[in-house]
Structures are given as structure tokens and as C-alpha cells.
Design a protein around this ligand. Sequence first.
Ligand SMILES: Cc1cc2nc3c(=O)[nH]c(=O)nc-3n(C[C@H](O)[C@H](O)[C@H](O)COP(=O)(O)OP(=O)(O)OC[C@H]3O[C@@H](n4cnc5c(N)ncnc54)[C@H](O)[C@@H]3O)c2cc1C
Ligand code: FES
Ligand code: FES
Length: 457
Amino acid sequence: MDEQPTFTLNGRAQSLAGVDPRQSLLRWLKQQRLHGSKEGCGDGDCGACTVALVDVRGDGSAHYQAVNSCLLPMGSLPGREVVTVEALADGERLHPAQQAMVECHGSQCGYCTPGFVMSLFVAGHNGEAGDTAIEGNLCRCTGYLPIRAAARRLADSPPPADRFAATIAAPRPPLPTVALGRYFSPTSVSAALALKAQYPDAMWINGATDLGVNLSRGQAVAPAFIALDRITQLHLITVTQDSLRIGASVPLTRIEQEVHGMFGALDDMLPWFAARQVRNRASFGGNLGSASPIGDLLPILLALDSRIHLRGVQGERSVAADDFFLGYRKTARADDELIVAVSLPRTAQQISASYKVAKRQSDDISIVAACFALQRDADGRVAQVRMAFGGVAATPCRALAVEAFVRGKILDEATVSETRERLRAAFTPLSDHRASADYRRALCANLFVRFVAEHCA
Ligand SMILES: Cc1cc2nc3c(=O)[nH]c(=O)nc-3n(C[C@H](O)[C@H](O)[C@H](O)COP(=O)(O)OP(=O)(O)OC[C@H]3O[C@@H](n4cnc5c(N)ncnc54)[C@H](O)[C@@H]3O)c2cc1C
Ligand code: FES
Ligand code: FES
């Protein structure tokens, strides 16, 4: 392992010797008196702390990714490259992302501006400028019209011919195996498992979009971490005629781009899963590892009859999603096993869709998430149906009895109406600050009616 870990910040090598690996990049930047990246929330919600992280893919190509520096632990940085807002202007000459914000009057108090500028910088380089590039950035005072105008101006311009274009085009060697204190970043599954045997109290960590919140708040969390985000095997997406296999560490934005059109349910959910900065780091492995009852990807895995592939020192095994969730945040994964992939069968003639209902349309925690997958036979009868929900019980779960009622039936008005009543009675959710139990029950019922109206007419 690298004895003197460093990372590249704005083109210069920075020593990481003695740096607390659990500290966030944002805190560290402040200590270096780099105050350009702002702290709005410290929780991944506002985007004021956005920086560009260079993502090195398996083929050696490099890409800028907008990420929240408040969630990024310093331990994840050895061998990586980061660009912050301080580096953008070339002397007195503003970067096109900054110039567009100035010309479109996109900044009033300016607190959110460095975050917007960094999101636009990344989007400009990736050819993705436009509204979605700034979905993870909040502004409290300017109002979004001028900021969106700046994003559009950039989208209508050719990719910036700035000094970063040549840097990012150069191929990179694979990220090295490193450790910063007790934050280990192995590059193979077997090395990760060996570390886990050596440090049984260590926690797996991937994109740190869940764990980073705890770390950012200074919570102890675990005595050691084993990072899975630079293991190439966990970044593979494999498509065959029968199935789609997604490596546990693949960032959700890559899934959005690379398997679009394969499963309606995934296409529906991914744009509403957090914001782009979070999706650039968040993974299936982390969503399953947290096993939250409101994890948005989990009803999809249940409804699509997926399997979860686990690896431990004893070898690899796979568990049906149906058998994975055992209780509140308890799963069939042993502590020393890691999730290597999920696989989703590609079932002919299957219609699938998912829905997320939250207090705010985007970047919010679900009140209820629902996923439906259905096949009909030649007579129009329901041959197979799976209905899965998050936010209605201690685990994500299926409405098995209601599925059995629907199977074999034509989806006429009477069946849909009876299904709706049965779904309303299927769960006993809790009331909390997000919603009442009654509202959650009504959502389960009404989302099915919406699914039928939208996809089964
Ligand atoms: C602002 C914000 C918005 C969010 N919005 C959503 C949302 O809309 N929907 C939603 O579902 N979630 C949301 N989340 C939560 C989080 O982004 C997801 O749970 C994400 O999938 C976690 O992935 P990760 O790779 O970042 O996991 P990490 O934070 O790295 O890890 C999370 C947990 O999983 C474990 N783990 C990670 N990888 C593995 C593996 N391969 N094998 C075994 N265990 C593993 C870790 O030990 C840890 O317990 C949000 C978080 C933030 C900060
Ligand atoms: S400070 Fe709000 S997302 Fe980082
Ligand atoms: S310019 Fe003030 S918060 Fe956006």
C-alpha cells in the first residue's frame, strides 16, 4: 500500500499524512483556507459544497463528477483528483460556467453560487448542461430562472475549450490500493475480504452518501472502514438476453445512462432518487447495505424478482430479494459478507413501473415507494404480478395476498376496485412526521390504480 498517501487538488499533489480519514473533504478544504466551497447543510441536501471529482473508469478513461464535498471522507481521496471552484478562473478571466452565471444574473447573495458553478463546470465537460445539471443545487434568494438561463446558455455553447479539457482527456492508470489510517481502499474483492478478516469491526463503505452523513456530523460510526468504490469487479454492468447484473458499487448515474429503457421501474425511480451529486456516488450495494425500510431501490428489487449476490470467505452465494430482508435493517447478509451485485431477470412481456411519493417532488425521502411488475397472457389475464412497497412496514415488502387475488383475473373495473380495497388493508404502517398511516394506506391503493391506468389500459 502507498505509505505516503497524496491526492491531487486543483492540479497539485497534496499530502494526506496525518489527516483524519473520517473528516469530510469540505472540512479539510476550510482548514486549508480554501473557503470557496460553501457549507449549507452538511448533509448532502443543498449542493453548496459541490466539487468535481475525477472518476476513473475500468478502461482508463477519466470523467468529472459533481459530488458533495461535505459527504466525501478524506479516506476516499488518496490517488484521486479533485477540482474546486478556486481553480476555475484563469487569472482575471472567468470560466465559461462563471461567465454564464454573471451574464444571466444568476447570483444574488452568492452563497450557493460556487456550488452551481461547479455543477455547471462538470456538466459542460460531460455535455450535459441544462436543468438536470443543477437539480442538486439549492438557491434561497436569486430564484431559479436566471440560474436556469445560465445553464441553458452553457448547454447551447460548445464544450469549454479550457485547460481542464486536455487534462481530463488523458487516460489514467487504475486507482491504486491505498490506506489512510484505518480507512482501507482495496482494489479486489479478495483483498477486501482479507481486510475484513483482519479487522472484523471494520465497516464496508462505498459512495458514503449514507455513511458520509454520520461522518460529517462527527459520529464515530466504526473503528475502521473498508472502501469498495475502487474495486473494478463491483463496477461491472453485464447485460445478457436473460438478465441484467449490476455491480454493487456502480454509481446510480451510470445505471441511469447505461441501462435506460430496459426496466421501466428503474427508469421511473432513478431520476427521483436524491440529486445528481448523490447519485454520482450512491450505489445498489449501499442501498441494500443500509436496508432502510424507505430505501427506494428495494421495492424495485422485490417486484422484479431480483437476486442479491454476496461474497464472503466461504465463497459466493445468491439470495432472492424475497428472502433478503429479515427485520428492521436486518438482512440475510452476514456481517463479514459483502454485496457484489444484484441481478434482475429480463422477463418477456413484463410491464414494470415504480412510484415515489414524498413531501417534495425531488431530493426528498419517500413517504411511500411502490413498484409493480405484471405480465398478462394472450387472453389479457394477469399471468404474474408482483407489488412491492417501501415505507409501510419495518422492511420493504410485497403485498402477497393481494397479488394472489389479482393473478388469473382480467384487470377490469371491478377487479381494480377490489384490488384497491385489499391494498388499502394490506399493511399497518406507522404515522410519523412525514405522513399518517391512513395516508400511506391510501397511497398503496391509489398507486396501483395509477399503474393500471398508465400501463395496463
Ligand atoms: C441528500 C441525500 C439524499 C438521499 N436520497 C435518497 C433517496 O432518494 N432514496 C434512497 O433510497 N436513499 C437516499 N439516500 C441514501 C443513500 O444515498 C442511499 O442509501 C445510497 O444507495 C447509499 O449508497 P452508498 O454507496 O453511498 O452507501 P454508503 O453510504 O457507502 O454505505 C451505506 C451502507 O451500506 C453498506 N454497504 C455499502 N456497500 C456495501 C456492499 N457492497 N456490501 C455490503 N454493505 C455495503 C455500508 O456499510 C453502510 O452500512 C440519500 C442520501 C442523501 C445524503
Ligand atoms: S453542504 Fe449542503 S450538500 Fe454539502
Ligand atoms: S444567490 Fe443567495 S442563495 Fe443563491
